[in-house]
Design a protein around this ligand. Sequence first.
Ligand code: FES
Length: 154
Amino acid sequence: MSSNTTINRQDFLKTCGAACLGVVSFSALLTSCKSVYYAQMPVLKGNVIEVSRKEFDAVSKKGEVSIRPFILVEMKGQSFPIYLYRRSDTDYSAVLMKCSHQGNELNAHDGHLTCPAHGSEYDANGKVTEGPAEKNLTAYRVTADPQTITIHIA
Ligand code: FES
């Protein structure tokens, strides 16, 4: 016994639309995740966090080295990671990844951050570029020498 299933044009379009949305969402998730790297050995020393400059080096399977545009720094006891962005070899910015709207953790991208809760966006310095957030992110002073990047958290 076989069953005949018919599907009308509207149902077909709904099914295809949902499937396409799932594929797009999944690929967007992969895109946003693939470049996120957490510093492996950040060191908390009083009111500063020290990060080796080598944490920005990304080594491919072939041994080729490229420079990450940003890394995340997460310390034990810290509620939110810090987004550490490389403007140049001597110039960095650091902001707390806590949305100023309602405190959601932000998603990190190359040069900007987005909030998955209500869509606020910030530049790499923590400045609001898209609401509903109105206040900029908590930003930290950053200094760098040839070996170490120092985030001044107080
Ligand atoms: S909590 Fe981030 S936009 Fe609302």
